[in-house]
Write a protein that binds this ligand. Sequence first.
Ligand code: B3K
Ligand code: ZN
Length: 886
Amino acid sequence: MTTPNMIHLKDYRPPAFLVDFVDLVFELKETDTRVKSTLTLRRNPAAAPGDAATRPPLVLDGRDMALVSVLMDGRPLATEDFQVDERSLTLPDPPDALTLEITTRIQPQENRSLEGLYRSDGMFCTQCEAEGFRKITYFPDRPDVMAAYTVTLIADRSKYPVLLSNGNRVDAGELSDGRHWVKWEDPFKKPCYLFALVAGDLFCLKDTFRTKSGRDVRLRIYVEHENRDKCDYAMQALKKAMAWDEKTFGLEYDLDDYMIVAVNDFNMGAMENKGLNIFNSKFVLARQDTATDTDFWNIDRVIAHEYFHNWTGNRVTLRNWFQLSLKEGLTVFRDQEFTADITSRPVKRISDVRTLRSFQFPEDAGPMAHPVRPSAYIKMDNFYTVTVYEKGAEVIRMIHRILGPEDFRKGMDLYFERHDGQAVTIEDFVGAMADASGRDLGQFMLWYAQAGTPVVTAARAYDPVRKTYTLTFSQFCPPTPDAAEKAPMHIPVAVGLIAPDGGDFPLQLSGEKTPGPTTRVLELRKADESFTFVNVPAPPVPSILRGFSAPVKLRAGCSDAEVRFRFAHDSDPFNRWDAGQTLFAKVILERAAEIRAGRPPVMDDALVAAFRQTLLDETEDRAFIAHAVTLPGEPELATLMSESDLIDPDAVHQARRFVIQTLAQTLRDDFETVFERNRDTGPYRVDPVSVGRRSLKNAALAYLGGLETPEAIQRLFSEFEAADNMTDTMAALTILSHIPCDERIQAIDRFYERWRHDVLVLDKWFSIQAAAQLSDTPATVRKLLDHPAFSIRNPNKVRALVGVFCSLNPWCFHSPTGEGYALLADQVAALDGFNPMIAARMAGMFNHWKKYEPVRRNLMKAQLERIKALPNLSGNVYEIVSKALA
Ligand code: B3K
Ligand code: ZN
């Protein structure tokens, strides 16, 4: 293959032509679809004008379509007036203002990439971000070309009674041949990546929302008829999100209609198309018997996220794709705040940091490391990453912390005031924040430019005579493939000092007249920097990086006793949880070292005591306790191991199991007590208290099940049978799935029989088996690939089976036989032929091969080389594997 092109941020140029109006007419048919597009274009006054000889041509992007005709200003274009190739339609010398009428034919029924216009279960739908619009019609497919659209959809009335597009429905009619048509108009200018259409036979759930200025917005959720009883929760979620954005940011919805459509075949979670969101059905459909607590909260999160994009992404959009985090980091921050407000703030923070550390930190330490604003890409789709999204949200959170909530809000207001209706850059956002607050964020911009996770080291010194306490920080950002040298960053570090009695000292920095609050934000800017607190009456235990105030790795050099003290007393819930995780990770990795050295592992009694104290703490939020007694997972432990050694997945797995079983045996009665005390007492509800109780109850059940005795197995089976909600069903079944016994097989079969008609619930059935920590899991997964309910065309199925196996079951995926690796490579090869986006996601699961011990490392390398040598490899997969092998 020829090496695909890299696109660089430094090469950005404004578009040569702007589009003011777009009129689209779709004739949707089973056999093909005809698209007539009428564009009103003019030269961009802001682009380099050039002279008569160097005036830039008009280039429209387009691929995978047949051109039927082109008319300019109403007249057919002569063949010498334009050129068409596989990627574009070019007019070498067009007038300064023109209309183009372009008719094309496309084959949505053959489109398996799920990008552009395609079919999913008998309906037509679209996905245009990032560059899917060019598969629908010829157009300048870039986010800085914003236009007003009218869209007419024509289709058979009986098969496609529902015809939707962005904006307001302005007209409709019947044709004599059984077809009907609907015309839509979107008054807001938008980039083409926000275009959407849907045609199908769908049930519609209706509601309304009265905005703060008193307008009634019609809310509509469209789903397949069989799912009509599974959309109420999503509707409530939408209303909560709309009210929250008004209250928190003063942001009101702007159209008269807000529509959400659920589709089964979707490459990611959902898409924020203006006024017409298209969702993976997984983030819409839920009923207590089909969805877990986590599923319900994911619905809240994703519905809110897409809704929030209406302002952060749609009204103010991106100048180019390098700025992706401008909308995604900011919108993730907004959805995190929303969830924190409607559930529990500390617990939300803990689970977000867990995600960041398990997935983003490894990305930052691997071959795909890139800054929050990448500087180059082959395929933009490969940069919808945890770095752009989750680290991007952390960067916004740091601005929020540095400015404080009031100035942050002023900055948001200024950002919308200045840039509503524009396509802008990250500088524009940070500039609004700096101007609104008077703070200098110049150095802070490095967070967008430098890849890698900074390491912050803290040293402390107490002076008993002067009663001063000095914290000395140094920061270092490790090299990444794009850059060896890194400059010091502007890092907000929230600090508390814990007194010997467990309370917090008030904090007074040297030079201040009076003590301030008990948590202070220290702003690091240099490679080495000291801060001295005065009037500290006794040597404290430092609590550094409270609330995880910056996405860094902290090396505080605390003793085990100090960490245990913080696990018992830290008033900052995040740091209290983190202290526990530090202890558990250390204990597990020490046991792993013993196992590797052939010594029997021994348990640390002090840790068992600290664990017990937390487990039985009745004063804390149950959801917090559930997190606090959950050990770091094998993927996270592997990452920690890789910091000092090569990863040995066997040792990690055995050591973690040893710690779980020792805790279960030692604290069995306590787990029984916690289990019984937290049983549901009334009907199933998805409020934070009920969810917290269930999560603690099921955490206790996991330990009890880990004993693997016949009684434990019986208990799990009867809990599985008795459960009246999917959370408890899945909890019992998951624990049982790791134990080789007849009850396990029976439960898996019963689950299948009960849910064989429900594609979303079946995803859980595949995942349970893919995540089972049993030696024959690789063979089971191989077999399940041929199961009639599995389809490689459906991304949810691929993620549920292949994705879960490779990312959440490291012990089995990294089986030293190499069968897991061969399985993954086979799936990448199969997927790449029709859905390169998902193929590339899957290929990324080999990214950390160099961190493994030699046997596995070589096996993975061989599979990567096999993939790289595939004929007709997509640019998407090429970009991932070539970086991994570099
Ligand atoms: N903006 C979309 C993601 C599109 C991904 C394209 N490959 C969903 C979201 O972040 O809201
Ligand atoms: Zn988003």
